[in-house]
Write a protein that binds this ligand. Structure first.
Ligand code: MG
Length: 296
């Protein structure tokens, strides 16, 4: 099952697709009256997907919408809390980041790095991101697997952690390298408005299969930059959920960005950052593509 948020007549609508993202139905046409994706996730129980398949089977075919015709928003446009991110979670990215700034990214890391991003409004597929001229001189992209939790968890084991996942999405962890490294803590350099494009949809775990066997890529102006697989994550999805929840309640709707593989702009020789007119596409197998343009 795929969950989208789309703008229809100036109103955000939840759209649900059972055919891989070709056609979908408004949640309200399937008898679900949630005001937004957060509310749907909070109220979803484990049988939601089964129930939805039945509702879609019985739905009025005339109400089906072509996903390609919709103006999509981020699937969760306004996250309930800051997005939790893993830093330096692929080996080859650790090498390229250390080459760019040993002070900021070098050294031993026996434990996972966690940080967060403020996201007042997550970027929609196709959005134009300002280049922040005068403030940012090193705008960069990071293609990442996003994990959305379906229920509150605390003290969950690695064995059970994936059962708490509502679904997966694509996140571009846009970063201002000058702000990220200058302020030591990464928060500011990761949190400017528009720095968290997300989408095109949330895909439920049954359609994903093994979450640690997904090709993950990015392209800038059509040129492939990142080309890896989620099997190369250092900390796993279940490991991160278990570790984070050991002492902290992770609420339903929590979004975790699981880190980016090698191939970001700061890792190029010489570094090559995003500029006005560029287009970045982040892509994860079985989820889809997330396109962002760089504006003035
Ligand atoms: Mg990142």
């Amino acid at each position: 099952m795929r969950f989208y948020t789309a703008m229809i007549r100036n109103k955000e609508n939840i759209i649900i697709s059972a055919d891989g993202g070709r056609k979908g139905y408004r949640a309200s046409d399937l008898g679900l009256e949630h005001k937004d994706m957060n509310e749907l996730i909070i109220n979803a129980d484990g049988s939601l997907t089964d129930n939805l398949a039945e509702r879609i089977d019985k739905a009025d075919q005339n109400k089906a919408l072509l996903i390609a015709d919709l103006k999509l928003c981020a699937p969760i446009p306004r996250p309930r809390q800051d997005v939790i991110c893993l830093g330096i979670n692929y080996d080859e990215h650790a090498v390229e980041a250390g080459r760019f700034s040993d002070e900021a990214f070098g050294g031993e890391r026996p434990f996972t790095i966690y940080f967060s991003k403020r996201v007042s409004l997550a970027g929609a597929p196709g959005d134009v991101l300002p280049s922040y001229k005068g403030l940012v001189d090193s705008l960069d992209y990071e293609s990442e697997l996003g994990v959305v939790l379906g229920r509150d968890v605390k003290g969950i084991s690695e064995n059970d952690a994936l059962k708490a996942v509502f679904g997966y999405t694509v996140i571009n962890d846009i970063s201002a390298r000058n702000l990220q490294t200058r302020h030591k803590q990464w928060y500011l350099g990761k949190s400017l408005d528009g720095f968290t494009p997300m989408g095109p949809c949330i895909v439920t775990p049954d359609e994903i299969g093994d979450v640690h066997d997904l090709n993950i890529r990015s392209y800038v102006n059509g040129e492939i930059r990142q080309n890896s697989n989620t099997r190369y994550m250092i900390q796993t999805v279940e490991g991160a959920i278990a570790e984070l929840s050991a002492g902290m309640t992770l609420q339903a709707g929590t979004i975790i960005a699981t880190g980016t593989p090698a191939g970001v702009g700061m890792g190029m020789k010489p570094p090559c950052f995003l500029k006005t007119g560029d287009e970045v596409v982040c892509e994860i197998e079985k989820i889809g593509q997330l396109r962002t343009k760089i504006g003035e």
